[in-house]
Design a binder for this molecule. Sequence first.
Ligand code: GLU
Length: 490
Amino acid sequence: MARNRPDITAPARVRFAPSPTGSLHVGGARTALFNWLIARNTGGTFVLRLEDTDRERSTPESEAEILRCLAWLGLDWDEGPFRQSERDDVYAAAVERLKAAGAIYPAYETDEELEAQRAAARADKRAPVVRGRRDRDPAEIAELEAAGRRPVWRFAVDPGGETTIEDYVRGTVRFGHGAIEDFVVARSDGTPTYNLAAAVDDLEMGITHVVRGEDHISNTPKQMMVIRALGGQTPDYAHIPLILGEDKKRLSKRHGAASVEDLEAAGFLPRAAINALALLGWSFDDKTTMFTVDELVEKFSITRVSKSPAIFDMKKLKVINGRHLRLMANDEFTDALAGWLRSTGYLDGKGPEAEELVRASAPLVKRKISTFAEYDDLAGWLFRPLEIEPEAWETLTRDVRHSIQVIGGGLGRLEQLPEWTVEAIKEALQDQLHIMGEAARDFLEPQRIAITGRTVSTGTYESLALLGREESFRRYRETLAKLAELWAAA
Ligand code: GLU
């Protein structure tokens, strides 16, 4: 890899510059994270800038959502949020300086004229770049203005020139200016374009390193030209790789999650989301996949970011999340699970004991789930009337007589129990299965199904304890009645 840059060690001023035109995508979150890690790891500054120059598509809702997602991930910013829509005077002043420097010129070409230029270039097999006429004299300009024409302002790109980026990730990248059009910096209504605003902000905000998605690399020479024409020093650049789904297609909801909101809704922990986002393009040693946020701050280095596309793999993310869940203390896990279930409306309408049941069942599911969304699979039966799922019913009805015997035996034994604890329940059922000469599985599986209706659930003894004596007996009898009905009909 032709990389000429050593790692970033001096305090860096970096920025995350989302356009508030939608939710925070996984790619945007990863860009925010890399910048945040560099700021934290060098003792630098993380600037948040909202690039809302597209007034049609930018919305306050999107802005609020992006800030909310950054807060959820724990990516706190040191300066901002700055809004480009509130900095018109800064861009207007920059445009005046570019005019004074002769770096930009008013372009009056009509859309038809520009299209004709592109067509001619294509016919010649040249890059379809457009350039305005730079040599209009004041009289001609006055005439156009009198006729009501208003120019856009274009950057006078020197077609013979070249811009070189010493990119942290991509190495040396050269752009010949022959393929770069005289890009617009200010529209005819005076509003700045993205390339102007971003370059001016990077300069004025003292940004030392621009770390962003590689889809922006073709903007970089333009922004460097603007900064240089303003007499500034260009920042260093790192263009980080695209993120694709496992099918190598652009990441979308089909791949399980495409935005931070999706990750949240799927029951991931912010720390696991951070861990997984960090691995999208970065690696520490090609084998370690578990990192706490503090470890990432310590270990992250832009020099270990790969330039090949990063693959978003939901299965890996779940494994990482499961490991983070198991590292949590029981209390922390319980609070986080209850909080998530509350926030997703899971507990709505489930009555006052629901939260207690969640808290009591939390330690039982901790070892078995990889995301909070899987809680319902294991413990959701607790909140619903008994409903025996088809697979479980099949298990019971393979040998109806046997099922009636072992379930009846279990119930009879439990009815005599003076105390209702996991230990007592376990001892009683273990003893009963020996008395009946049953194999553990053949005896215990029907007990579990009798009260949970499921083949997969929290453990049998714990489930009985959670459910309580009366409700457990009620469910035992309900199941026995169903089996008896089938037996009678046979
Ligand atoms: N506003 C741009 C985007 O959301 C980011 C541009 C940049 O980072 O320079 O894609």
